[in-house]
Structure formats: C-alpha cells, structure tokens
Ligand binder design. Structure first.
Ligand code: GLY
Length: 374
C-alpha cells in the first residue's frame, strides 16, 4: 500500500474510534439498525431482525483494536439478547452468519468463551438444516402470511456461509462445509450472469430442485443489478475461496468485482441499482463499503500483477465514502450517510448500521487492526 493510503487509513481508523467511543456511552443496551435525528434506534424488541449482529461486530472490531471495556460490554449485551432469537424457530433464517459470526464467534475468537461457541454452533446447525437436498441450496427466509417461498434462495446467503466453514473447522465435522460448498456451487451457476452481474433471488422448485426463474428482489427489476447484492457476491465468493481453495469461487468473485468496478460512476458514489435512471440520486453507501471489503479480500488471493486493480478500486470506494458521505460529528451515532435498503422503498439515502460495520472493517483491514470475522 502506498504511504498516502496508509496514512489515510490510520487517520480514518482514529476518527472511527473517537466517534464510536463517544457513541458507545449513549448506546448501552441498544441494538441499532437505523437512526432517529442522528441517534441510533433500538431493535431489541425485534430481536430476530437480520441486522442485529452488525453493531456487535463493530464493537468487537473496536475492542480488538483499542481495548476499551465499553465496547466488549455492549457487544456481550447484544449477544445475550440474541439468545431469544436462537430459541425462536421462525426467527432463524439464512442470515445466521450475520447475527452470530459478528457476536458469538467474534467473542469466542477473542475470549474462548464456551457459551459463545455453543450459541454459534447451534446457529450453524440451524443454518445447515435449511439446506434443500434436491436443489442443493440453502433456503432464504421463512413463510410469512402464507407465502410459498420454500424454493427461494438469495445472493445474500453467500455471506452467511462462513458460519458453516467455521463450524466445520471448530468441530471437525465436514457436513457443515459440504453444505456451504454445495450452496456456493449452486449460487455460482444460478445467480451469476454472463457479464458478472448478479440475480438477487432465484426460485427453485423445492421438491424437484429445478430452477424456475429469478426475481428482482431489492433491486429495480428482474435482470437489473442491485448493488448491495453485487457486494454480497463479491465478498461472499471470495470468502468461499478463502475457506475452500476452490478456484472457481475466486473466478466468480473476480467476475462480479470487475462488473462492479466497471460500473462505478465518475463521482465514486454507488447507486442502489446499477441499472437505475441516471436522474435518480438514490445511493447505497453500504454497497460501496461491502464491495470494498470484497475487493480487499480478493486482493489477498490474486497475483502481484492483478493486485493493484482490486486495491485501487477499494481505495476509490472508501476514500469517496470518507470524503463525501461520512459524518464525524460526535453528537451523532452513525458514520456513513446515504444508504438504501431497497430500490422500491419509499425512502432512500439514510444511515444503516451495516454500512458502518463494513466501512470500519475495511479501514481496519488497511491498517492491520482488523479482527477477522468471516
Ligand atoms: N440481506 C438483506 C439486505 O442486504 O438488505
């Protein structure tokens, strides 16, 4: 890394630390998702919400890097609260990696807490139990209000597979990684289009396993390119390569990353969907942060000649976020502005907790402060 990038990363890490230390004092007992007037909301009453691990993950990153007890205590509080979700069948879905890798596995990695290990193994077993043998995919979501979605799989699930790789390594039981690899194999065929863009939802017949079609999901429409989904694919496939050494996952991650890179607008700001009308100012800063983490992961696995492309793309995304979309005012809790949950939502361009998580992870990677979570 050139010295200017190193200096930038170190300075940005210090700004993250200062901001989040201040915010941690007033965020005790909270599980943030969004903000109200710049202050974190609290998802404790919606305990199975898929984002409930991200703030805990950011706190563990901060604890690992700086050692302040408040980060550990707040993270442990979130992990304890998540037990209610572990005991709720309908609250458990394909997103268990997001919830328990960033809380229990992080805690276990740092402290060897056996209770945390047990929680994460229970979550991994539940995730493995969602595998559809005919279609060789992990089922997304649960059926709410009579919706028949037993045959749906989503690209986001790629980011949850590391919970299975971790469980395989921890227990020595290959079933976990066999299921993760089977899902990744299906995803690399069913989700990735010829040009490297990604489907959000793929529908299979849950009985025969036959692929029925695709859905636009949180993107604009069928065939469009939801940018956060691109990010999940870039980072998710790169992580499956890291855990398995199977070259086809690295190839897939690079293909998705090159599509993403070639669509970054001049401004460096990422839209909600790469196919959206140029007139729309709907952005997704979270997609930029996730994709940057994925690019940095790919960089570690490619040849010297290929490294600069992935490093420079990540730096462009991260520096743009820092220069144009970060709030360093210590009277507010969030860092990144202008995230969006989905193209068809009524509201766009607001802070979302996972944007801050991935931005923190990326910056900490660059200055050697990262706690590896995946
Ligand atoms: N995993 C849901 C989302 O990315 O919004």
């Amino acid at each position: 890394m050139n010295s200017k990038d190193t200096q930038w990363a170190n300075e940005t890490a210090e700004k993250i630390y200062k901001k989040m230390k201040n915010s941690a004092e007033r965020s005790k007992n909270k599980i943030p998702y969004l903000t109200v007037n710049g202050i974190f909301d609290d998802c404790s009453d919606n305990i199975s919400w898929w984002t409930n691990g991200f703030y805990g993950g950011q706190l563990w990153q901060l604890y690992n890097a700086y050692g302040d007890e408040i980060f550990r205590l707040n993270a442990e509080d979130i992990e304890n609260k998540l037990d209610k979700s572990l005991m709720d069948y309908m609250g458990m879905d394909h997103d268990s990696g997001f919830k328990w890798l960033l809380t229990s596995v992080a805690n276990y990695r740092l402290t060897k807490n056996e209770r945390s290990k047990n929680r994460a193994l229970l979550a991994a077993a539940n995730l493995a139990g969602r595998f559809n043998l005919s279609g060789r995919f992990i089922r997304a979501w649960n059926s709410w209000g009579g919706e028949r979605n037993e045959g749906w799989a989503i690209i986001d699930c790629m980011m949850n597979l590391p919970l299975l790789y971790w469980a395989a390594e921890e227990t020595g039981d290959p079933r976990f990684s066999q299921i993760a690899k089977a899902h990744a194999d299906t995803a690399s065929k069913a989700f990735v289009r010829e040009n490297g863009s990604i489907n959000h939802i793929v529908q299979f017949d849950p009985n025969t396993g036959e692929m029925i079609g695709t859905m636009g999901g949180q993107g604009m429409e069928i065939g469009s390119s939801w940018t956060r989904g691109q990010g999940w694919a870039i980072y998710g496939f790169a992580l499956s390569y890291r855990h398995t050494g199977d070259e086809k996952y690295l190839k897939t991650a690079k293909k998705a990353a090159k599509y993403f890179a070639s669509n970054i607008p001049e401004s460096g700001l990422i839209p909600v969907d790469f196919c959206q009308d140029n007139e729309l100012d709907w952005e997704d800063s979270t997609a930029a942060a996730i994709a940057a983490c994925g690019m940095l992961e790919i960089e570690t696995h490619v040849t010297e000649a290929e490294k600069p492309f992935f490093r420079e793309t990540a730096m462009k995304l991260l520096r743009t976020l820092e220069e144009k979309r970060s709030n360093w005012n210590t009277d507010t809790d969030y860092i990144l502005e202008n995230g969006s949950v989905a193209y068809h939502d009524e509201k766009h361009n607001f802070p979302i907790v996972y944007g801050d998580y991935y931005f923190t992870e990326a910056v900490f990677k660059l200055c050697g402060k990262e706690l590896f979570m995946w």
